[in-house]
Design a binder for this molecule. Structure first.
Ligand code: GLU
Length: 506
């Protein structure tokens, strides 16, 4: 019988979604979609002490924002998380009786046992083991308790956990989809707690029960879970369940090869979106953290649809993947360049990237959509992030501009010559009718024609008159953005400057 491929992403709702978590979710999603399978989202909240309120909504919202919709699990509906699918509930705290039942089954079959050891006793035991240079392990003090002794202790109100009995002296070997053969030995494994004293399962029991009950065929998760896998395999074996396939993804590293920071601003997916990285660029970048389309393939820009088509777990590297923010900036700039201006403007607006002082304090006409869209058109090819909008060219957002008169002069030209050039520009531009002002190419054509072979002499003063800056977009760009009135006003101001300043160089 061939099974439908089913993968899952199983985050704990303990805070923001880390970029490493996004990569795990993405690879699980891509693998399932590539094979026509299902992608399940499950919330693992067995560690009640670490829960952060709103974290589930945050996780689902970020996943949906970047386009990773699950087939089963959670979806946001009017800001509320709703569960959907035939294998629910999809949150572990709503599945407690199930874990209890399976744990009791293991106890009945003597594959698990109640343990009443106090925290003090366990600490003391570990200290003695460490002092004797032995690896700290539970000493099975409670393994020999008879069922009636267990009942008596429970009746006396003693607190207990349930431990899984790790078989003695067993090799555990499995083939990881990414790392190949992986071997462990049970001598290095502790009798794992599977039900805690608060009645909640530990991750190890819950993850196996859920992956089995949710018919997950492939578990794709971060490398940090690799040491847990032999414990999971033993639990599968204990129940006689068919084992899922496992793939453990390589670590994410800083460029200096250290482990990627945990600081929120550096790794939270929502912060990257908030900084003006496009979701498409982020997904593309994250997809390439450890995966590539294969030898000889040079393509680097992939849509989500292309990734679904090309993704292959066999091409995921074993070695850690370097998170290079410069590459993300480059990729984001590529996406920004390729986007049509109206869609890009919608992103700018809906992402709140126009909500900044630079724009608020500008005269009204500079805050209109038409004006802002023109600035965006000019800046599009140089923007690495949407949050940078307007910042390279603040002169687009001020009533008047300040600059040194000498900046207006092209090379050794005198102020008189500079004034002449500006007056010529004013005459030509002043004569253009309004519709012509709306056509960038036309402004460019007219001004280039007027410049003839004296481009610097004519265009430099005009550009400075409009921008007040040593470096700026071309005078055609500036004039087109500013429009007729503001352009002529700025030229007039520049002409006045030339006239009233003592002209030492003429
Ligand atoms: N709940 C675990 C986490 O927070 C999931 C581990 C797994 O995928 O098995 O990452």
């Amino acid at each position: 019988m061939t099974h439908r491929i089913r993968t899952r992403f199983a985050p704990s709702p303990t805070g923001f979604l880390h970029v490493g978590g996004l990569r795990t979710a993405l690879y699980s999603y891509l693998f399932a979609k590539n094979q026509g399978g299902d992608f399940v989202l499950r919330i693992e909240d067995t560690d009640q002490k670490r829960l952060v309120s709103g974290a589930t909504e945050g996780l689902v919202s970020v996943l949906e924002t970047v386009g990773l919709f699950c087939d089963e699990g959670f979806r946001l509906h009017e800001g509320i998380c709703e569960q959907h699918g035939n294998h629910g509930p999809y949150i572990q705290s709503e599945r407690l009786p199930l874990y209890q039942r399976y744990a009791n089954e293991l106890v009945d079959r003597e594959m698990a046992y109640h343990c009443f050891c106090s925290a003090e006793r366990l600490t003391e035991m570990r200290e003695i083991q460490i002092a004797a240079k032995r690896a700290p392990r539970y000493d099975r003090h409670c393994l020999s308790l008879t069922p009636s002794e267990v009942e008596a202790k429970k009746a006396a109100g003693e607190v207990s956990v349930i431990r899984f009995r790790i078989p003695d002296d067993r090799d555990i070997e499995f083939t990881d989809l990414i790392r190949g053969t992986v071997k462990f030995h049970t001598r290095d494994m502790d009798d794992q707690v599977i039900i805690k004293s608060d009645g909640f399962p530990t991750y190890h029991l819950a993850v196996v029960v859920d992956d089995h009950r949710m018919e997950i065929t492939h578990v794709i998760r971060g490398e940090e879970w690799l040491p847990s896998t032999p414990k999971h395999i033993l639990i599968y074996e204990a129940f006689g369940w068919q084992l899922t396939a496992f793939g453990h993804l390589p670590l994410l590293l800083n460029p200096d090869k250290s482990k990627l920071s945990k600081r929120q601003g550096d790794v939270a997916v929502e912060d990257y979106l908030g900084k003006g990285y496009l979701k498409e660029a982020l997904i593309n970048f994250v997809a390439l953290l450890g995966w590539n389309p294969g030898k000889g393939e040079t393509q680097e820009i992939f849509t989500l649809a292309e990734l679904r088509e090309k993704f292959d777990l066999a091409k995921v590297n074993k070695a850690g993947a370097v998170f290079d923010i410069k590459k993300l900036d480059w990729m984001n700039a590529e996406y920004i360049k390729r986007m049509d201006i109206d869609s890009l403007f919608v992103r700018l607006k809906t992402g709140n990237f126009l909500e900044k002082e630079l724009i608020w304090q500008a005269p009204d006409f500079m805050q209109t959509d038409i004006f802002l869209k023109r600035v965006l058109t000019i800046e599009q090819d140089r923007l690495a992030k949407l949050s940078e909008f307007g910042e390279q060219n603040p002169f687009f957002f001020t009533e008047s501009i300040e600059y040194d008169i000498d900046l207006l002069r092209w090379k050794e030209n005198t102020r008189a010559l500079t004034r002449e050039a500006l007056e010529k520009a004013r005459t030509i531009l002043g004569a253009l009718d309004e519709p012509t002002w709306g056509i960038h190419a036309e402004l460019e054509r007219v001004l280039l024609e007027a410049a003839g072979d004296k481009r610097g002499d004519f265009l430099w003063p005009l550009r400075v008159a409009l921008s007040g800056a040593q470096r700026s977009p071309s005078p055609f760009d500036c004039a087109w953005v500013l429009g007729k009135d503001a352009t002529l006003q700025r030229i007039d101001a520049a002409i006045r400057k030339c006239a009233i300043s003592p002209d030492a160089s003429s």
